[in-house]
Design a protein around this ligand. Structure first.
Ligand code: AMP
Length: 355
């Protein structure tokens, strides 16, 4: 972990009027660059080799300049170059994944958000400690395969996009796969999925206020997941298994959703509890995070995961969402991050949102 104070030291060498938003050219970069530009920041796209051509198709979201690396692993060694350009990193899921958690934690560049969240987010047991400690309900964890008495989802550690996950309805089905990789067994919750995108501001003290700062609900999505989402068209899974077709949960895209309005108080309560608990655990989450939930027919929320940064499901809402529109039109999460940086700069509190 980059030592406390060293990022503040680095920031004091920056020209606050010339801050540039830098991120890796992937994931949510279009809305991050578009949003940063709309808030008056310069933008730097970090790419491998030649700049990706697809930005030419989206001129409003094309970064002002590209910073080309041979591999993403090279970024820490070239951090000083980015710092000389007053670069502030806006991390997204791919950024952290390509760099690796340890390298990201040690990156000598100011980054939006609290890096200390990574330790809590990157480990499923720590996530559980955080969320259950906050009072949220999660799918039951099953300690041993012998204890499987209802359908479960077997999840692998570090599996990206649910690749390799499998459903077992009993011990025998679990043993058919008998995984040797590190995994966790979770009750398979039947319900509908809602990925709720929140933004916590430590600086804004109006709106939905918490013990300090305030919470905004930006938008919600549901993921399109191959091949589980379309399996029903071919019939029951037992039959499909006979043909060697196994369900996976690989994310291929996102669909916008809204929640029953009567469930919004619960949604806000969950967001609020998550933030309040994060103050106690690691000094507090900052900025965007997503609670990934299944809502059952008893209208109960089960949170199966938290993402502690901008998630790709916000890409649909590059101009607005049915929620953010009721606060301020044309506010994407990418833009909201840049807005928070602008506010922090004006208040001379960049330290409060960067780490
Ligand atoms: P995760 O890696 O935890 O984000 O899970 C990948 C996908 O698996 C999710 O997007 C859901 O579709 C599904 N999923 C995760 N946990 C559960 C659960 N406990 N019950 C049912 N489906 C789940």
């Amino acid at each position: 972990m980059v030592p406390r104070g060293s990022i503040s030291g680095l920031l004091s060498s920056y020209d606050p009027k010339r801050l540039a938003v830098a991120t890796v050219c992937s994931h949510t970069s279009l809305q991050i660059f578009d949003g940063a530009r709309r808030e008056g920041f310069r933008t730097i796209g970090i790419c491998i080799g030649q700049p990706p051509r697809f930005y030419d198709a989206f001129p409003k979201a094309k970064p002002d300049m590209f910073f080309s690396v041979k591999s993403y692993k090279e970024i820490p060694a070239r951090a000083a170059e980015l710092a000389s350009m007053n670069a502030v990193v806006v991390p997204h899921g791919s950024f952290v994944e390509y760099l690796g958690v340890a390298a990201f934690e040690g990156l000598r560049l100011p980054t939006f958000g609290n890096r200390r969240v990574l330790k809590w987010e990157s480990d499923r047991d720590k996530q559980r400690e955080w969320l259950v400690g906050a009072g949220l309900s999660m799918p039951e964890k099953i300690a041993r395969p012998e204890d499987i008495t209802k359908p479960v989802l077997v999840k692998f550690y570090g599996a990206k996009g649910g690749r390799g996950f499998f459903i077992a309805k009993n011990y025998e089905e679990f043993m058919e796969v008998n995984p040797t990789e590190k995994h966790t067994i979770q009750e398979y919750v039947i319900g509908t999925r809602y990925y709720m995108h929140f933004f916590y501001s430590p600086l804004v003290n109006r709106g939905y206020r918490l013990s300090r700062g305030s919470l905004e609900l930006m938008s919600m999505d549901r993921r399109d997941e191959a091949n589980i989402d379309e399996m029903y068209k071919l019939g029951a899974q037992e039959r499909l298994k006979q043909f060697g077709i196994l369900p996976t949960f690989v994310v291929t895209g996102n669909v916008p959703v809204v929640l029953r309005e009567s469930l919004l108080p619960k949604a806000f309560w969950m967001g609020e509890r998550t933030v309040e608990r994060s103050f106690e655990l690691f000094g507090g989450i900052i900025g965007p995070f997503s609670l990934e939930c299944i809502v059952t027919d008893k209208l109960e929320f089960k949170v199966f995961e938290i993402s502690a940064r901008i998630v790709a499901g916000t890409n649909f809402f590059v101009r607005s969402s049915p929620y953010s529109d009721l606060r301020e039109p044309e506010m994407s999460v990418g833009r909201r991050i840049a807005r928070e940086m602008r506010l922090a700069r004006r208040l001379k509190r960049l330290d409060a949102v960067l780490s």
